[in-house]
Design a protein around this ligand. Sequence first.
Ligand code: WT7
Length: 629
Amino acid sequence: MSENIDTLLKESRVYQPTAQTKAAAHIQDYESAYKKSIADPEGFWATVAKELEWFSPWTKVLEWNYPWAKWFVGATCNIAYNCLDRHVKTWRKNKVAIIWVSEQDQERVITYGELYRQVNRCANALKKLGITKGDRVTIYLPKVPEQIVAMLACARIGAIHSVVYSGFSAPALANRIQDAEAKLVITADVGFDRGKVLNLKTVVDQAVANSPTVERVVVLRRQTPGVALAAPKELDWHDWLKNEKAVCEAEPLDAEHPLYILYTSGTTGKPKGVVHVHGGYMVGTYITTKYVFDLKEDDVYFCVADPGWVTGHSYIVYGPLLNGATILTAEGKPDYPTPGRWWDLIERYGVSIFYTTPTAIRLLMRYGEDWPKKYDLSSLRVLGSVGEPINPEAWEWFHRATGGDKPIMDTWWQTETGSIMITPLPTVPLKPGSATRPFLGIEADVVDSAGNSLPANAGGFAVIKKPWPAMMRTIYKDPERYKTYWNTIPNCYTAGDICHKDEDGYMWFMGRADDVIKVAGNRLGTAEVESALVSHHAVAEAAVIGKPHKLVGESIKAFIILKQGEVESPALIQSIKDQVMTELGKIAVPSEIDIVPSLPKTRSGKIMRRVLKAKELGQDLGDISTIED
Ligand code: WT7
């Protein structure tokens, strides 16, 4: 049927787990664990929930009023209590919670006990400013420990945090402050980006000037002499906390009490405030962190994201802290001061779990395999990838560069899903380029637009068939927009991604439904064509778009970044086209290839094909507030 998506990519490599990986894995047999979880998802999630602490129990695991879900109905809990108090009561009190490294290699090591005290001081300070349960606090901080402290302090008293990535401009920040009607903004004087100083305070000044709900601005001053503050509205972070007591009881909250709003635009349209809650989100992030990364007490866990994105919320802050893990977090970019930056950090801190993105891997690939070779990466045990389809070429490179025997967890999920949905576990056989199978308790499928399940290898829409605890509860102040996720295809959650399942039930994500290219009656996902392009030895990155074409509907145009040292020539362009021809066939060969120095990306590193297309067709670029640069 022409409505369905064609799948061209054939990837046959399979990697079995090593004996070492299997030895002590939490989940030894995915197949049976999955079957059991899906036979009784509510039972599965309730069992997980019991590993955490609740102030009072639930009366019902799930109340499902399509499309509105409530999990752990009637229970009270607090996610910050589970991240801190639960550990401080045990030997973990003096375990390292956070190792933080700045771009200039300044280091801070914070134990669970110390994090607990700092969060409590901050929670008391929030109360002193009149922040109470349900109030919104915008956190516009660079990647410093205070960002995590502020998030947990809000959670502790039931205030709702809205973390805005510190790379956003004043209008984008103002927009998010105003939508959330925040009373307080927490910021810093500066952030650093590849040695460049970013004046965050100036951005906040502009944003707050147009945001009447903001009563106070707290500023973490990193530079001396400190930036001038206008009292009484502006406060210094350290003065603010100085006299506060290190004890502040966690507020018992309804399991459905909102924990945070996180604005996401995806790659299109006006930002939407995705709302997550304490109870279900806590259960989902806790168990996925534990099982997907096979997290153990002695691991050093390094996730490169920024808490400004959902990956940072779920897999730097909440998931790892709920597990009592030791977290490494580093300010800065993968190639600054050198492309050895992350490998160096892995060696220095003995990192055992490393969670990164395909964009970063492709960036590091450009600098060659000699960089990782310079470092001792033998501490690594489990690797992760998130954010985009990881093309088999980048997967293989990452695998090789890290020793050739560590499993890569290609985790598919979204800001809206809250926790990882489609993912291998370390003991699952891996196919490079596939996010493999649904996580325990998650029922996923590939369907046509009417919701019919598609046969193996037919491309269609990725959907989730049942509610799960960490799912978003609504879009802030826009319930209608929330409903569209559950109304687009009947009886399921539509992610907006296209995908196919192979004979083994492995899921292969092929890009966003909005970006599908229609060539001569075929519908192609962007990921496959881009993957074929970057499998050429000279190509570092690629993006493809469809251009209206009189005869074939759309023709494919590719934008390409070459690897270091490669030079553009007609012969090179032809050999790139030949490569796509061999990998996917004639239908997928781009009719035009442009060599470009960079690609438009969101600040979280996703290619904005919509912007490439609008530019190519001379159309209005639309909302580009999320664009990097
Ligand atoms: C979109 C969600 C989830 C945290 C970071 C991004 C794409 C994400 C994968 C993956 C293929 C992926 C999807 C999804 N995506 N992970 N492993 N394989 N695609 O969160 O900004 O909400 O983006 O990212 O298109 O819908 P987000």
